[in-house]
Design a protein around this ligand. Structure first.
Ligand code: DC
Length: 208
């Protein structure tokens, strides 16, 4: 069995940065599952497709569309992600990646909303990364300004809360920590401190 690390949590909690660092550190393959939902949402909008059709027709090229990481991409993703048939279309690919990570990786890190609960319920390690709404919105706002984009903090906070609300309340695979997930609150942690804390949790669990 490959080592599977599931990392879930709300928007802008720092899951992506953390997951990438853990994957590089432990020689694991990394899959950003949010990017897949973003690609489906933006493809459906761009090509005027029904979301399930967009999921069925998704190509590797769609995952490279330039606007995926925008706020519009996040909102489009969250909307198509609430459709059960869209989630069903994307499930098998994510599971296959986790169970058969591309060589030479000896395992995989997946980040998203339902990795520990639905995609990989048997993952050896499950982390649920969270932080206060204000801390998450503040980090996202700073990141946008640093990228040279315009940003209004109150608007970032409002959009993030709307997206979390939708992700938490949908009928299929809602955002919720798996019962066996370790919750890591990064409100008061730097990115480095969060990484160290995650590595300690992983070491504890793998040597247990
Ligand atoms: O992680 P992200 O912000 O890139 O995700 C964008 C949206 O995609 C998120 O608001 C909800 C959806 N998503 C999901 O429903 N399940 C996942 N495993 C990953 C993302």
């Amino acid at each position: 069995m490959p080592l599977i690390i599931a990392i879930d949590g709300p928007a802008a909690a720092g899951k992506g940065t953390l997951a990438r660092r853990i994957a590089a550190h432990l020689n694991l393959a990394y899959l950003d599952t949010g990017l897949i939902y973003r690609a489906v949402g933006m493809k459906a909008q761009r090509e005027g497709l029904e979301p399930v059709k967009a999921a069925q027709m998704l190509t590797p090229g769609d995952l490279k569309a330039p606007d995926l990481r925008s706020e519009a991409g996040g909102q489009a993703a969250s909307k198509v992600a609430s459709i059960p048939a869209v989630r069903a279309e994307l499930l098998e690919f994510q599971r296959r990646f986790a169970e058969h990570p591309p060589t030479p990786a000896v395992g995989a890190v997946l980040d998203g909303r339902d990795i520990g609960t639905v995609v990989c319920p048997n993952a050896g390690i499950k982390l649920f990364i969270t932080a206060s709404d204000e801390a998450r919105a503040g980090r996202r706002h700073k990141e946008l300004l640093e990228r040279g984009e315009s940003s209004i903090y109150a608007r970032v906070l409002e959009e993030m809360q709307a997206r979390d609300e939708r992700d938490r309340n949908r009928s299929v695979a809602p955002l919720v920590p798996a019962p066996d997930a370790v919750v890591l609150d990064t409100t008061l942690l730097t990115a480095d401190a969060a990484f160290e804390a995650a590595l300690r949790i992983i070491a504890d669990r793998t040597h247990a």
